[in-house]
Design a protein around this ligand. Structure first.
Ligand SMILES: *Cc1c(COP(=O)(O)O)cnc(C)c1O
Length: 348
């Protein structure tokens, strides 16, 4: 079998498993261990997460981000409720309706403000537009950190959203598929990014950071976690051999590997975006706060890159997205930069 394993920047999901995670997978692959989360690794990593978040939170493990998001939103709402999110939110654009499916009907109300971020005025407008019984009742705000266009909310922005949430009696969910990248970008503690700023539930991403699979759902508001284990089981998300999710997390937490992985990815995104800024035919579409760069490329460059074998997504119609991960190498980023610069000079 011929395998083309050339490094690409189409997604952080193109990356493999980082060595520390692999090491812990092998470490946990010894003898027998109780199933369904009753093993020592799951206990250890849950305690470690409580230490990282500096609070007594409830933690559950699932296979992927779509289930982390949709099951947590289902736990936060009834079928007749609505969830406020940005129109570009993963829960709206990339989960095949899973939040509505998991909650038996909760509707997403979409905000449209700049840079993929919800703002208080946006939320207020969506919530107060209607207050009659014929419209689903707003119950939850969901924000993504870092978000779908690679931008981070500042702590002040999150706290401002919390103020509105308090006034309007809404809970806040954070989609943290790239939580570590946001932490490294903002430079705060996990506690400050979440419960200290008013987040009630976090989808905590492990896969894009360096695991093979596995995300956590972290409940800072423990009341919302009632019976959540049944929801996870019913949805087919309870791993029988849970130790292989838990031990991967232990690998990420060893020597702050998760933070190092995120920092490496963010640094390369910054290197890439600053290197191609100002190149003719290249326009940076959003501030590149974390590990993603969105470019509007003139057609000659975009077509030329694909001809040279580069793989990347077209995002929201007009942008070419490049994402960096723990495994991205500077050498390959430089190749991409060179190709873009050379294609920019070509006249067709
Ligand atoms: C990748 C991602 C997810 C998780 O997606 P899955 O493919 O279901 O694991 C969730 N939210 C955001 C913003 C993402 O980028």
């Amino acid at each position: 079998m011929k395998i083309d394993s050339k490094e690409q920047f189409a997604s952080d999901n193109y990356s493999g498993v980082c060595p520390e995670v692999l090491e812990y997978l092998i470490k946990s692959n010894v003898g027998s261990a109780p199933a369904y989360g009753n093993d020592i690794y799951t206990k250890m990593v849950s305690d470690k997460m409580r230490e990282i978040f500096e609070c007594d939170c409830e933690i559950f493990f699932v296979f992927n981000g779509t289930s982390a998001n949709s099951l947590s939103l289902a736990a936060m709402s009834q079928s007749y409720h609505s969830v406020i999110c940005h129109e570009l939110a993963h829960i709206e654009t990339d989960e095949c309706g899973a939040p509505a499916f998991a909650s038996n009907g909760a509707k997403l109300l979409l905000g449209k403000s700049e840079n993929g971020k919800l703002i208080p005025a946006n939320i207020e407008e969506l919530v107060t537009k209607r207050d009659d019984i014929h419209y689903p009742k707003p119950k939850v705000i969901s924000i993504t950190q870092s978000n779908e266009v690679g931008v981070c909310y500042s702590l002040d922005e999150i706290r401002a959203i919390k103020k509105v949430a308090n006034r309007l009696n809404l809970k806040i969910h954070m989609d943290g598929a790239r939580f570590a990248n946001a932490l490294m970008s903002i430079g705060c503690t996990p506690a400050e990014m979440t419960w200290k700023s008013g987040i009630d539930v976090l989808s905590f991403g492990g896969t894009k950071n360096g695991m093979a699979f596995g995300e956590a759902v972290v409940f800072f508001d423990k009341k919302l976690a009632e019976d959540f284990e049944y929801r996870v089981k019913q949805a087919g998300q309870l791993a029988s051999k849970m130790r292989y999710i838990s031990s991967q997390w232990l690998g990420l937490f060893q020597d702050d590997t998760w933070l190092k992985n995120a920092k490496h990815a963010n640094n390369l995104a910054k290197f890439f975006s600053t290197s191609i800024e100002g190149v003719d035919g290249v326009h940076l579409m959003f501030p590149s706060d974390a590990n993603e760069v969105f470019l509007k490329l003139k057609p000659e460059i975009e077509v030329g890159l694909r001809k040279k074998g580069w793989i990347f997504y077209n995002f929201i119609g007009v942008s070419s997205r490049f994402v960096f991960s723990w495994s991205s190498t500077k050498k390959r980023v430089e190749e991409l930069i060179d190709d873009i610069k050379n294609l920019s000079k070509d006249k067709i």
